[in-house]
Unconditional design. Structure first.
Length: 617
């Protein structure tokens, strides 16, 4: 009895708070999640240190005395009143706290500060030596800043909420000519720092965008009239999201654009890498038709550019943008990986893009990988009639790079996740795969930002397989372009900060997956937009484009806590049997309520700042 009583006492708080303190902690978490972009790093470091000081018990001298002294010094730095040498003293004090604190609380507070001193060295030095924040430090509208294409999110949310769907599409097109594509497949980084989190939850920005394009197809909204012809010719190599974005903006600027696409249709990995159940092809075609509506764009299909062709484009055109994406599938050095029944994820999804759907009826399919492409392959295999679909991944479920919603949807459709299983070899009979053997793993220390798997002392696991799909990454075909004089590092093209290709060709720009590696549709779109602007400057122009839509006035904030409206999918038992779109449209009342939750940060708060920097005193 006594032991049980003591155990009970050890887990109960000393004083009951009736949930009040827990609620306070939740509010603190909201504040952290909504930390504004662009705020002064010194101010943020001071706040983190204070939080650590509040949490420490104060029993050991390093925490009790050291954290307090560092806080005093940081306050002087923040107020631009620090003496020369203050940063050295802060670093020395932090090292002492980190190395001698009794518990992890003091150690962590000092460790984070030391990391900040290195990461934001220029900002700290500007406070001490220049008496001001570093140039460019200023709060920005979170959603617009985090969008790789820097779309005016508050404006189109307001327009959609007012029922002006054409206006919303036009506002999106000001920076992103793929409103429909991003409504379906964007990973919505714009929501990551949404200030609505302070009240309840981030605004469902992608959901509102999807509602707008579901009400009015993008190709029914006229594109802006192009500027006067410049007489300049621009070649675009690759008709994917990045290439078509660059083509669209260059055309609106008055340049003559020629797109060279090696496949039979435009869209790149949006068509040949994303299954139709996630992004119906007819919806992609709406965006493509709208882009072509800009005029001045000619498309040359089934045009594979070799080294001589690349050199010729550089001579015949005033500027060239290479955006060939990363459409080659990586393989694994596995015994048996070259037999019948083993293929790359890219190979599978490419065939589907050309309407060649595989027949996996009655087959056992194993997918190797843990990203969105792996989930696409798994869910596609279910729809292709597979008897069983298993995902083998060498890390934990929470370490998968796929969106959690994609993982959950796959499991709902019957996909089995076998985690902490590293591929070892493929079993082969009569030239055909019969099983995948995996080596069990256990999770270990963090490396490169993620816990690294380690080999477990366990026997190999045999997973029956008629088909093995390898979804571990993508590559580009850089050899012909390198032969033409472009430089590549580890197969990805090198470029300067303006996306100008580094190499022998003087008028070539590169961007998208072929320059940064496989990323997302919106990152590729952002690169195409930047490339078009830089090409325009390279050609001697400075065009300002008018989307033809005005930013609507801001209504007063609606600050009543309200649940977030999430996009739902059709029931798993229904959707897993076809390739129809899985997402269910928002209703008008849901979309209007969700749009109303936007706090219009472009007008209230950081949006009213008109100075180039913000000083925290």
């Amino acid at each position: 009895m006594k032991g049980g009583y003591m155990a009970k006492l050890s887990v109960e708080p000393r004083a009951k708070d009736d949930g009040k303190f827990g609620s306070f902690v939740e509010e603190y978490e909201r504040r952290i999640k909504a930390t504004p972009l662009g705020m002064c790093a010194v101010a943020f470091q001071l706040d983190l240190l204070r939080a650590g000081g509040c949490q420490t018990c104060g029993k050991c001298v390093p925490c009790r005395e050291g954290i307090g002294r560092i806080e005093e010094l940081l306050e002087e730095v923040l107020a631009f009143q620090a003496e020369p040498g203050a940063l050295d003293e802060i670093r020395a004090q932090a090292n002492v706290v980190r190395d001698t604190a009794d518990c992890a609380i003091g150690w962590h507070a000092a460790e984070v500060l030391l990391g900040g001193l290195d990461a934001f060295k220029a900002e700290f030095e500007s406070h001490v030596n220049q008496g001001q924040c570093r140039e460019g430090v200023a709060q920005t509208v979170p959603c617009e800043t985090l969008c790789p294409a820097h779309v005016n999110v508050p404006a189109y949310v307001a327009l959609a909420g007012a029922g002006d769907y054409a206006g919303a599409i036009g506002m999106i097109r000001k920076d992103n000519p793929f409103p429909t594509a991003c409504a379906y497949v964007c990973e919505h980084p714009c929501e990551n720092r949404c200030r609505r989190t302070l009240i309840d939850a981030p605004v469902n920005i992608r959901g509102i965008k999807k509602f707008a394009v579901d009400q009015l197809a993008a190709d029914k909204v006229a594109t802006p009239a192009p500027a006067a012809a410049t007489g300049k010719k621009v070649a675009i190599v690759g008709g994917g999201p990045s290439g078509l974005t660059c083509a669209y903006f260059c055309a609106l600027m008055g340049h003559e654009v020629h797109v060279f696409e090696m496949r039979k249709q435009l869209g790149g990995m949006m068509r040949y890498g994303i299954p139709a159940y996630r992004f119906p092809r007819e919806r992609l075609d709406e965006d493509v038709r709208a882009i072509m509506g800009a005029g001045n764009i000619s498309v040359h299909f089934e045009s594979r550019i070799d080294a001589e062709g690349m050199k010729r484009l550089s001579v015949e055109y005033d500027a060239v943008y290479v955006a060939i994406g990363a459409q080659g599938g990586k393989t694994l050095k596995l015994e048996g990986a070259d037999v019948q029944g083993v293929m790359s994820a890219v190979e599978l999804l490419t065939k589907i893009g050309d309407n060649e759907c595989p027949d996996f009826t009655g087959k056992n399919v194993v997918v190797i990988g843990g990203g969105n492409v792996a989930m696409d392959c798994a869910r596609t295999s279910v729809r292709a009639g597979a008897a069983s679909v298993t995902v083998a991944y060498r890390r934990r479920l929470e370490d998968m790079t796929a969106l959690r919603a994609e993982i959950d949807s796959a499991m709902q459709e019957g996909v089995e996740m076998m985690t902490l299983q590293a591929p070892d070899h493929i079993e082969v009979e009569d030239g055909h795969v019969t099983a995948l053997y995996t080596q069990p793993q256990f999770i270990g220390p963090v490396k490169r930002g993620r816990p690294a798997p380690q080999t477990a002392d366990k026997p190999l696991v045999r997973i029956v397989a008629d088909v093995v799909l390898i979804a571990v990454g993508q590559d580009i075909e850089s050899a012909p372009f390198e032969e033409a004089g472009m430089r590549a590092d580890r197969t990805y093209f090198e470029a300067d900060d303006g996306l100008k290709s580094i190499g022998e060709l003087p008028n070539v720009f590169v961007g998208g997956d072929c320059q940064v590696g496989p990323k997302t549709v919106i990152i590729a779109i952002g690169a195409g937009k930047v490339a078009a602007r830089n090409i325009d400057d390279f050609l001697g122009f400075d065009h300002k484009l008018d989307c033809g839509v005005a930013v609507p006035p801001a209504a007063a904030n609606w600050r009543t806590p309200c649940g977030r409206v999430n996009i739902v999918e059709r029931p798993a038992r229904e959707r897993k049997g076809d390739f129809d779109a899985v997402e269910v449209e928002m209703t008008a009342e849901e979309a209007f309520q969700e749009a109303r939750r936007c706090l219009r940060c472009d007008h209230y708060g950081c949006g009213v700042l008109d100075e180039g920097r913000v000083q925290y005193v």
